[in-house]
Design a protein around this ligand. Structure first.
Ligand SMILES: Nc1ncnc2c1ncn2[C@@H]1O[C@H](COP(=O)(O)OP(=O)(O)OP(=O)(O)O)[C@@H](O)[C@H]1O
Length: 334
């Protein structure tokens, strides 16, 4: 377990981490997400005691990491895959690390096999691709068979095979009951790997939630019916809106607030063809019941959820340190 308590780290005029309190629990993969500059690496360095907090503290398995007599057997970390002497072979690098931590040579062979570096173990690190260096860093993190594993952007530089491999590895480490804490700025990656998410924005905690909670909010229901007008009328109640689902229907009458006077003819006319409506403010059961009560045929009822990417972008929209204008061409600007 990693306990981060009221952690603050200030560099000059930049508050990199701002009163962060979270607990990273064992048995699950915890994704640590946030836009560039959100403070993820700073937090991870503080976990390792590499950065002294301005305020607050971090405990790993109950005490500050620096106070553990056997650090490699407590927490394995990969922060910077380039932190290997370029003239050393992978095998020598891991052997030196193992020796200085009282770990036997057999474990070196095990981790080399585990990360798939067997065929290049005697090559110098300077000849390694970024993906190979990432694997070597992960081998070093696993050397002490630690109960806590912390990786900063581990998929960086990995090819699709490597990305799948690391996903499987992280999930199996968590399934063994370990604490797995892994950062990324890509929600798409974390969506496939993490069980739990901690989201940072400008150093502050934005969310500390199970992955499933981010998408469980129902945003709307898509309804297909040959009789949209009657269905919209059946759904006349405060807070419910019915809109044609396709943009082309804009000219046909836009949104219909069921609390206000309902103009449904446009939607009804359109649904003779496309038949798709978007309903907000009522769930699938309520819409089905209203349709049944008024004898309206419904051929589709699909709950619409935010994608994880949408949920993440919505969460961090105000906390992006660097942002760009949407891509456009000079022609389009004219
Ligand atoms: N040593 C340092 N000196 C000064 N400012 C720093 C230092 N390290 C980080 N920062 C600043 O602190 C903020 C948080 O940086 P950090 O690297 O922790 O973010 P991050 O979430 O890991 O970002 P990224 O995804 O880009 O790696 C940034 O504004 C960064 O410029």
């Amino acid at each position: 377990m990693i306990e981060i308590r009221d952690l603050t780290k200030v560099y000059g005029s930049t508050t990199a981490v701002d009163h962060l309190t979270v607990t990273v629990r064992p048995g699950v993969v915890t994704g640590f997400l946030g836009p560039n500059g959100a403070g993820k690496s700073t937090t991870m360095r503080a976990v390792l005691g590499l950065d002294r907090p301005t305020a607050g503290e971090v405990l790993v398995a109950g005490r500050p990491f620096a106070e553990h007599p056997d650090p490699l057997r407590t927490l394995g970390a990969l922060l910077d895959a380039g932190a290997v002497h370029p003239a050393r072979t992978a095998h020598r690098h891991l052997t030196a690390l193992a020796r200085s931590n009282g770990i036997g040579p057999r474990r070196v062979e095990e981790v080399i096999d585990l990360v798939g570096l067997g065929s290049v173990a005697h090559r110098r690190a300077r000849t390694f691709s970024l993906g190979m260096s990432q694997r070597l860093g992960i081998a070093a993190a696993l050397l002490g068979d630690p109960p806590v594993i912390m990786l900063d952007e581990p998929v960086n530089g990995l090819d699709p095979d490597g990305i799948r491999w690391i996903r499987t590895l992280l999930r199996s480490l968590a399934a063994e009951g370990r604490t797995v804490f892994v950062s990324s700025h890509l929600m798409s990656e974390m969506a496939l790997t993490a069980d739990h998410l901690i989201v940072l924005g400008r150093g502050r905690l934005i969310a500390d939630v199970p992955l499933a909670d981010l998408t469980s909010t129902l945003t709307a229901v898509r309804v297909r019916t040959p009789d949209g007008g009657r269905l919209a009328a059946a759904l006349t109640r405060p807070g419910v809106t019915v809109t044609p689902a396709d943009d082309a229907a804009d000219d046909a009458g836009a949104a219909h607030d069921a609390g206000a006077a309902l103009t449904v003819t446009a939607a009804g006319a359109r649904t003779d063809h496309a038949g798709a409506l978007t309903v907000t403010g009522a769930d699938v059961d309520e819409i089905a019941a209203a349709a049944l009560a008024d004898g309206v045929l419904v051929t589709e009822l699909t709950p619409l959820h935010d994608s994880l990417e949408d949920a993440y972008l919505a969460l961090t929209r105000d906390d992006i340190e660097y942002s760009a204008q949407p891509a456009t061409t000079s022609k389009a600007l004219r």
